[in-house]
Design a protein around this ligand. Sequence first.
Ligand SMILES: NC(=O)C1=CN([C@@H]2O[C@H](COP(=O)(O)OP(=O)(O)OC[C@H]3O[C@@H](n4cnc5c(N)ncnc54)[C@H](O)[C@@H]3O)[C@@H](O)[C@H]2O)C=CC1
Ligand SMILES: O=C(O)[C@H]1O[C@H](OP(=O)(O)OP(=O)(O)OC[C@H]2O[C@@H](n3ccc(=O)[nH]c3=O)[C@H](O)[C@@H]2O)[C@H](O)[C@@H](O)[C@@H]1O
Length: 428
Amino acid sequence: MNICVIGAGYVGLTQAAVLADLGHAVYCVDTNKERVQSLTRGEIPIYEPGLKELVKKNKERLSFSSSPRAAIKQSSVIFIAVGTPAMPDGQTDLTYVQSVIDQLAETITSYTTIVTKSTVPPGTNEWIHDKLIEKGLDATLFSVVSNPEFLREGSALQDMFHADKIVIGKKDTDDRSLHIMKEIYKKLPSPFVVTSLSGAEMIKYTSNAFLATKISFINEIAKICDSYGVNIEDVVTGIGLDPRISPHFLQSGIGYGGSCFPKDVRSLEHSALKKNIRPLILQAVQEINLTQVDLYLTKLKETFPDMAGRKIAVLGIAFKPNTDDTRYSPAIALIEQLSNLGAEIHAYDPKAHLPVSIENVTEHKAMEEALTDADVVIIATDWDEFKLADLKRMKKLMKGTLVMDARNCLDPAAVAKVGLQYKAVARF
Ligand SMILES: NC(=O)C1=CN([C@@H]2O[C@H](COP(=O)(O)OP(=O)(O)OC[C@H]3O[C@@H](n4cnc5c(N)ncnc54)[C@H](O)[C@@H]3O)[C@@H](O)[C@H]2O)C=CC1
Ligand SMILES: O=C(O)[C@H]1O[C@H](OP(=O)(O)OP(=O)(O)OC[C@H]2O[C@@H](n3ccc(=O)[nH]c3=O)[C@H](O)[C@@H]2O)[C@H](O)[C@@H](O)[C@@H]1O
C-alpha cells in the first residue's frame, strides 16, 4: 500500500519505519526542512534504540519530504502524526492538525483513508470529518479513522511491533476503512479493538490518565510509608502479586514527565470541565505530581538547610531513561529549583542535554566529571549507567557523602556499604 505519514517526530518517524518494514511504500512528510534534510542523509534526529537501523533497513520503501502535496496524491492512506501540545489553559492545541486538514481538503481527489495517530481530545475526529466536508471534500472521497498510539519512548519499536492492542475508531457504517486498517497491520500479531471515533480517543486518554494515576497514587503511598519507616518496595511487591493490581508502573520517585502524561491528563481534565464534570482524581493526580520535586528538596534541606554554593551532581536530564527527550522532565524541574536556591549544579545525562542553559548549571560529558568534588549526588533519571555505577569510585570522587535517589533505583545497602549515606522517600 502507498502510505503518507505526516509528521516526522517520535511517533511519525517510528510509525513510518514500522509501516515500511511491514512492506508498505511510505512517504514521511514534515514541515521542518532541516529535519527532512537530515533524515534524507540517513541521520535520525531523535535517540530511539533500533530506529536508525530500521530506517536504514527499509530505505528502499521509505522516503522523506517537506512538500506534502505529491506524497498525499500518491498515497491511499494518510497518517496524521503531528504534535498536539497543550495550550496555557490545558486544552489541546489543534493548530497543526488543522493545517494538515486544510492541506488534505485541497489535495485529495480519490478515495483516501485519513488516520489520526496524534492524540486528540474526544470529538476531534468527528470534527475532522465535518471540517473536510465543510471545506468541499466529497464524503465519498474519504474515511476518517482514529488509530491512537501507545508506544513508549525508549522502547518504541518493541511497543509497535508487539502492541498489546491496535485500537481502531471509525464511523458506524464505515467498513471500508476497517478493512484497509486490518490490511495495513495484517503482519502484526496484535488484537484489534474496534470502536467509535470518540471511543478510540477516550481509550487513549484513559490509558495515559490511568498510568499517571498509578504513579501519583504510589507517590502518595510512598510519602505515607516514609513517615512510618516502611519500605515502599515491600509494599509494591506485596500488592503487585495480586493480579488485579500488578506490579507494573508503581515505581515512586520525582514524578512523571515527558511530552504526553502531563499534557494528556490536563487535556482530559479540560474535556471533563467543558461538560461540567469535576474530574477530582485527575486534578489530584496532577497536584501530587507537581509537588514531588518539592518533596525531595525538603529531604535534601534536612542535610543542607542552606543550599547556596553547595556542589550538587545531578545525574539525569531526560524525563526517563533510554531517550534524549527532555520535555516536561522532572529532572529539569529539580535542576531549576536547585539553581534558584543558589546551588552549584553539575549535570550529566548519557543522551539528553538541557534545552536552554540554566544559571549555576554546568553540563558534563561524563558522569565522573559531574561527580568530582560533589557535596551530594542526586539520581534524577534511572539510566542503567547510574544504576550500575561503581559506588566505591563515586565515593572517592565526591567531597561529601550524600546520595539522594530520586528514582528509587539504587540498592540502599550497597550505597551504605561503601560509606555513602543513602536518602530517598520510603527506602531505607
Ligand atoms: N512521543 C510519544 O511518545 C507519543 C506521542 N503521541 C502523540 O503523537 C503525536 C505526535 O507526538 P510526537 O511525535 O512526540 O511529536 P513531535 O513534536 O516529536 O513531532 C511532530 C512533528 O510534526 C511536524 N509537523 C507539524 N505540523 C506539520 C504539518 N502541517 N505537516 C507536516 N509536519 C508537521 C513537526 O515539525 C514535528 O517534527 C502527539 O499527538 C502525541 O501526543 C502518542 C503516543 C506516544
Ligand atoms: O502517549 C504517550 O506519549 C505515551 O506516554 C507514555 O510513554 P512515555 O511518556 O514514553 O514514558 P513512560 O515510560 O510511560 O514514562 C512516563 C513518565 O512516568 C515516569 N514513571 C513511569 C513509571 C513508573 O512506575 N514511575 C514513573 O515515575 C517516567 O519516569 C516518566 O517520567 C505511555 O507509557 C505510553 O503508553 C504512551 O503512548
